[in-house]
Ligand binder design. Structure first.
Ligand SMILES: Nc1ncnc2c1ncn2[C@@H]1O[C@H](COP(=O)(O)OP(=O)(O)OP(=O)(O)O)[C@@H](O)[C@H]1O
Length: 589
């Protein structure tokens, strides 16, 4: 129930601006319903007039006028019904299209404000599915179900009013079976819902399996495990089939059962109407017309019940979609201090002061870590895998906030610095370089779109990638994307370095690639890194000896603690962990 309440709030938020649209829709629905429920009256009248005409013929009186008039009215009412439906459909399509569009925009905007923690703790596929299946489900429900449900509710109310207006006894006969129909609908819906939920779960698991297999396809092929992959896939597929089948059986029963009830009801109405015509005190021709009217009503009356029931599952998945979008919107934004300090370069340096930090509350990763880098100096972070090097990088750029202690720029806590200003001053080169869809020029100027060609060329030259780009047929205008890039892994990193050089960051965070690249590319990367580090304040997660040796200070981390720090010579003299690693072939990775 709470979920439905939240979903209503969610939909209201996105739809409240379309008050005029909804007013038009509701008026169009009321009008079209009126014409639709009024039409059978003219049908009945036409039958009555036809019967009168036939009876009149036998008596030598022949006047078709009233019959024709009733037929024209019937036609007019049918046309007006369709016009009303058309208008309401167009407006509902407009409202649902625009509100889904705004939801998508809002969701994407929200993603840009969210913390790295959210992205670290959610699968890419899961985040993506909020844009695809969740929004699709909402859009389908709004597009197809909203107008239909409003129309059906109006229809039901209209028919009830009309029936009681026309003939109270026959009206009671027609509505008498409603409780049975509603009860059957509730049972079938709850059964359907159970299996639709199960089906969604199983589809989720199936997608997860396929996702994992696609990303691990190379490992599967290398190990010749294609057969095993299919074996693992089949049970998931079978579970989806079973759940889908059962769901479909129950939801498929809804329409025939409702149709059957409607037909039985029609027969009862005809029977009772016939009795009324033969034994009642109204004219037989009038009674005959009335039977025709109620045959129409009894069929129309059942339509909304079965339609609303069959649209319910659509709403159910839309409510689930709204819940998942709400969850995303409820996630905290990155915290930006009010009137945060604007950085203007670095005067002294950057420091970590007695930092304690954990990704989860009860699992501290960094324990009392302190270190500093003076302006223009380079610190190399070394340590075994899992020792906390990347975590320190995450704190310097304020991807995460420390639990205790502080990260400071010129003595100012990063939590007091305006986030945009902080990020403008920090440049990051990660191991996994990302290529965005666009030209090579777009990719290099990503962080500074207004850069001139000369600036871009200069950055690419410093990153040692200019000559390669110029060798391509379309040079800087070559179209690339992450899947379809002309670059090798090493070259991707050079592009990433060029991108960072162009933004001219005050503090550089660099994660040296460990991926195997050929020696020529490796030499190029090394040179590019030297260029980008030159004269800049930098933290480097260093894997290569040459990088470590060129550092002003080496900080050795182990199990989230700084165990040694100093220059290469000092650390060798200490004969501690670093010296041990250095002498045992220097294995830091
Ligand atoms: N997003 C995260 N959520 C939870 N725990 C994490 C997360 N990222 C890292 N950790 C944990 O924090 C610890 C330190 O990881 P970190 O990535 O900082 O190590 P590292 O020294 O950079 O390792 P490597 O050299 O392998 O990259 C590890 O135990 C890791 O499991």
């Amino acid at each position: 129930m709470r979920e439905i309440g939240k979903a209503i709030k969610f939909f209201y938020h996105y739809m409240k601006r379309y008050k005029i649209g909804f007013t038009v829709t509701i008026l169009a629905i009321i009008a079209s319903t009126y014409f639709q429920v009024k039409a059978p009256v003219y049908m009945g009248r036409a039958i009555t007039e036809l019967a009168n005409y036939v009876v009149g013929l036998s008596r030598g009186v022949s006047d078709k006028g009233s019959f024709m008039q009733a037929i024209w009215m019937l036609l007019l009412f049918y046309v007006l019904t369709v016009v009303g439906m058309f208008i309401s459909n167009i407006v509902v399509t407009y409202i649902s299209g625009n509100s889904t569009n705004r939801m998508r925009r809002g969701l994407f905007g929200k993603l840009q404000r969210m913390t790295i923690k959210f992205f670290d703790s959610h699968q890419d596929g899961d985040i993506l599915s909020r844009f695809t299946s969740d929004l699709d489900n909402i859009s389908n429900a709004l597009n197809q179900a909203l107008g239909e449900i409003l129309m059906n509710i109006a229809m039901m109310i209209g028919i009830i009013i009309m029936m009681f207006h026309e003939n109270v006894a026959l009206a009671w006969v027609t509505v008498a079976s409603t409780p049975i129909a509603v009860l059957i609908a509730i049972v079938l819906i709850s059964k359907t819902r159970k299996y639709v939920d199960l089906q969604q779960d199983e589809v989720g698991k199936l997608n997860g399996y396929i996702n994992e297999q696609i990303s691990g396809q190379k490992v599967v092929i290398t190990n010749g495990l294609q057969g095993e992959a299919i074996k693992g896939f089949l049970p998931h597929n079978e579970k989806v089939r079973k759940a889908t089948f059962k769901g479909q059986v129950y939801s498929g029963m809804l329409f025939p059962v409702m149709n059957g009830l409607s037909l039985v009801n029609t027969a009862i109405v005809i029977f009772f109407g016939g009795w009324l015509a033969l034994n009642g005190d109204m004219a037989r021709t009038t009674a005959l017309g009335l039977v025709v009217v109620f045959v129409q009503y009894s069929q129309q009356f059942y339509q909304p019940i079965s339609q609303i029931s069959s649209l319910y599952s659509m709403f159910q998945v839309a409510i689930t979609g709204a819940r998942r979008l709400n969850e995303t919107f409820d996630e905290p934004d990155e915290i930006n201090p009010k009137a945060g300090k604007q950085l203007s370069g670095l005067k002294q340096g950057v420091a970590l002061k007695h930092v304690h930090f954990g990704y989860q509350q009860d699992n501290e990763i960094l324990h009392d870590v302190s270190m500093n880098v003076e302006k223009g100096r380079m610190v190399a972070l070394v340590g075994p895998t899992g020792s906390g090097k990347t975590t320190i990088m995450n704190l310097l750029n304020r991807f995460y906030d420390v639990d205790k202690g502080a990260v400071t720029f010129d003595g100012v806590d990063v939590r007091d610095i305006d986030l945009k200003s902080l990020r403008e001053h920090v440049g990051i080169v990660l191991q996994d370089s990302v290529i965005f869809s666009g030209t090579i020029r777009d990719n290099i100027s990503f962080g500074k779109p207004e850069a001139t060609d000369e600036e871009i060329y200069a950055a690419a030259k410093q990153a040692n990638i200019h000559d390669f780009i110029m060798g391509l047929e379309k040079g800087y205008k070559t179209q690339v994307s992450d899947e379809n890039s002309v670059f090798s892994t090493g070259q991707k990193q050079l592009i990433s370095i060029a991108r960072t050089i162009l933004t001219n960051p005050t503090l550089l965070i660099l994660d040296e690639a460990t991926s195997n690249v050929d020696t020529v590319t490796e030499a190029k990367i090394q040179k590019a890194m030297d260029n980008v580090i030159q004269g800049r304040t930098s933290f480097v997660i260093a894997h290569r000896l040459k990088t470590i040796l060129s550092a002003d200070k080496i900080v050795v981390l182990k199990d989230g603690k700084v165990i040694e720090q100093g220059s290469h010579e000092q650390l060798l003299e200490e004969k501690g962990f670093y010296s041990e690693l250095y002498h045992s072939q220097f294995v830091f990775e």
